[in-house]
Design a binder for this molecule. Structure first.
Ligand code: SF4
Length: 673
């Protein structure tokens, strides 16, 4: 076993049970919980992570009663029938020598249904339903529901429960004044407001006995106005310990707070300072979390006393073997979570099953597998972007002989542009992962090679992952030196002046704008101080809730982000990250103009019509980010030669640059070849 991460691999003795290492797979809702046959699939999903040697798994949130559900059909655990379904999960995890806790989550006013309840009748800014105010009897019954749920979890074979006390759900709503306006014994003073969580922990402990893990996720940094002060956080932690919890986890931010807490522009482990601040205040282990995605960083946090345990959630979607690979000294084979949210959280909000952009097998463990083929084929893959890399490594994993042809001198395709966007530096990891995978799977890579029909015609199958080229928008004056494409800017690094018009407000337009707002020069990690200042985050928690006034470095350029269509800019960006990109550009005073008709470009600048009025934007450059077309000129000639040929990624569908769709499609193709 590798000894590079001694702190990570130190077992944790809780007295009645021992965790084999310091890594917890944090709670994530996958959507399988509410899918027909979902529990069998969940069992396979968790078992794969347990086999990957994680110390302890926490399930997605399960409601302790009907009003506590996040959505009308969301999972709950209230009776023996539901309990029996969970046995499938616990047995599968225990067979792999793993441990698993059930997370009990009452949504409170975040419930997306008309039966939601809360300490006070105050609507949240992120749900359309006004909650019902809980009666005193209702509060008592809810506490009992938590205890009953924990007892059922124990009966189902779970090793413990995690009580979700953060992220703005019901318990959090009791704790802060902002959402608790009660004047009875459950509101008013801080002692009264924290009675609800402490009574829950006490009741749960009484019901389940001593030999059962009770974890409590405590909101250490609310990131909302009038959130908890630091003194209150300490007081709550002590009260939770006294009530019988074994472990306290770190919660950062409410879902309604307007500060990014886990998206890709959040620097790695930036919020661990807050956990560290609480170390020594209680005598039970603390877990740190948020944007920890590599064993190096996790081990470093433990070594430097930031916490006793590290929680990683999405990194286990990206790679179920992250811990096993770390143990075996194969960390360069880890498929690192890039914190994009595109296939996990965004899917949750869109009512789709969760998966992972870099690992489309996540949550499809029973159906999408690289099975060794009885019929080895000789396969050519053309293009080493996201689709080509997934296709070639996937086909090689199935046992085929694979040749990957790439015109450029390096692999990565569009990833090489994406990694330069401030806040998207994690794409470096994906390129690094695939580079190693090409080696491990034995793909024969031909760089600086333009594959033609002559080269390709003798292969058993050809996969064209040749990508896209910018769409010609036929703008009069587009040959003017002021006009650039996003490829000129991001790949060819052509100089760009101080005043810029960006045509097209899709993902690429947003990325280019963000890129142009900052000084040139690549970084491999977002700037920590700049992030904290931009979003007004006070890690010292000098103000209740931890919010400070934002401070921004002056933008590098004045930017106009233009689009032809109506409506708000970036409406098609990811549900959980679009608002961040939009807000970031607004903070930097980007002019966002919709319903623009483009007239021409000349020495004066970009001529446009907006609301019937002609204008000239006297910009130094115009950057066109207005879509792309598929590059697939080899397709027909190869078919004419009788070659089995497939299109994947942008070559198949060029609407937006979409790495998620490209990787998924390529993986699905090769497992069926
Ligand atoms: Fe991480 Fe993105 Fe995968 Fe979610 S979709 S687990 S954020 S890489």
């Amino acid at each position: 076993m590798s000894n590079r991460y001694p702190h990570l691999f130190t077992p944790l003795d809780l007295g009645f049970t021992t965790l084999k290492n310091r890594v917890i797979m944090g709670s994530m809702h996958t959507g399988l919980e509410e899918t027909k046959g979902g529990f069998e699939r969940l069992a396979a999903y968790f078992a794969e992570r347990a086999r990957g040697q994680v110390g302890l798994i926490v399930t997605g949130g399960v409601a302790p009663n009907i009003p506590g559900r996040l959505q009308p059909i969301a999972g709950k655990l209230t009776n023996a029938k539901e309990m029996r379904q969970h046995q499938m999960i616990t047995q599968a995890v225990h067979q792999e020598d793993g441990k698993i806790c059930l997370q009990i989550l009452h949504a409170g006013r975040y419930g997306y249904h008309p039966f939601s309840v809360a300490p006070s009748r105050i609507k949240s800014p992120i749900t359309p339903f006004t909650p019902w105010k809980m009666t005193k009897r209702g509060i008592r019954r809810t506490i009992q529901a938590y205890a009953r749920c924990a007892a059922l979890a124990k009966e189902a074979g779970y090793d413990g429960v995690e009580i979700m006390g953060s992220e703005g759900y019901l318990i959090n709503q009791f704790i802060v004044k902002h959402t608790n306006k009660r004047t009875d014994e459950w509101g008013g003073s801080y002692e009264n407001r924290i009675k609800f969580p402490t009574e829950i922990v006490r009741s749960v402990r009484e019901k389940v006995g001593e030999d059962f893990i009770v974890m409590y996720r405590l909101s250490m940094l609310d990131l909302i106005k009038d959130g908890s002060s630091w003194e209150e956080v300490i007081q709550l932690a002590k009260a939770i310990e006294a009530a019988g919890a074994n472990i306290i986890g770190t919660g950062i931010g409410w879902h309604e707070s307007r500060v990014p807490t886990i998206a890709t522009m959040v620097p790695r482990s930036v919020f661990s300072d807050v956990t560290k601040k609480l170390m020594g205040e209680v005598n039970i282990p603390l877990i740190t979390s948020n944007r920890i995605n590599t064993p190096e960083r996790a081990n470093q946090l433990l070594a430097e006393g930031y916490a006793d345990l590290v929680s990683m959630a999405r990194p286990f979607l990206a790679d179920p073997e992250i811990i096993l690979k770390s143990m075996e000294g194969r960390e360069d084979e880890i498929n690192v979570c890039i914190a994009c949210n595109q296939a996990c959280l965004d899917h949750g909000f869109e009512g789709k099953l969760a998966s992972c952009l870099v690992n489309p097998r996540a949550c499809r463990e029973t159906e999408l597998n690289f099975v060794s083929t009885p019929q080895k084929k000789k396969i050519a893959v053309v293009g080493a972007g996201p689709a080509g890399l997934s296709a070639s490594t996937g086909a090689a994993k199935c046992g085929h002989e694979v040749h990957l042809f790439e015109r450029a001198s390096e692999i990565g395709g569009q990833f090489n542009m994406a990694k330069q966007i401030p806040g998207k530096e994690e794409f470096y990891e994906t390129i690094r992962y695939f580079k190693k995978q090409l080696e491990v799977t034995g793909v024969q890579v031909h760089l600086n090679t333009k594959a033609d029909v002559e080269v390709l015609k003798d292969f058993d199958a050809v996969i064209l992952a040749t990508g896209v080229t910018p769409r010609d928008i036929q703008l009069p004056g587009q040959d003017h030196p002021k006009v650039l494409t996003y490829i000129d800017v991001l790949r060819h690094k052509k100089p760009v002046g101080n005043k810029v018009a960006v045509i097209g407000a899709g993902g690429v337009g947003f990325d280019v704008s963000e890129y142009l707002l900052h000084p040139e020069g690549q970084q491999e990690e977002p700037d920590r101080e700049a992030f904290l200042q931009q979003w007004g985050i006070d890690l010292e928690v000098k103000t209740a809730g931890g919010l400070a006034a934002p401070v921004l470095a002056p933008p590098q350029r004045e930017i106009y982000l233009l689009k032809r269509s109506k409506g708000k800019h970036g409406a098609n960006l990811g549900k959980t990250t679009g608002w961040i990109h939009r807000r970031s550009l607004k903070m930097h005073n980007v002019h966002m103009i919709a319903e623009v008709q483009y007239q021409k470009v000349d020495d004066e600048g970009l001529h446009i019509i907006v609301n019937g009025e002609s204008k000239v934007l006297d910009v130094d450059h115009v950057v066109i980010c207005a879509g792309q077309v598929a590059l697939k000129e080899l397709y027909e000639p190869l078919k004419a030669q009788g070659v089995q040929v497939h299109l994947v990624g942008g070559a198949f569908e060029a609407k937006e640059l979409d790495a998620k769709a490209a990787i998924k499609q390529a993986t699905e193709l090769v497992v069926g070849l």
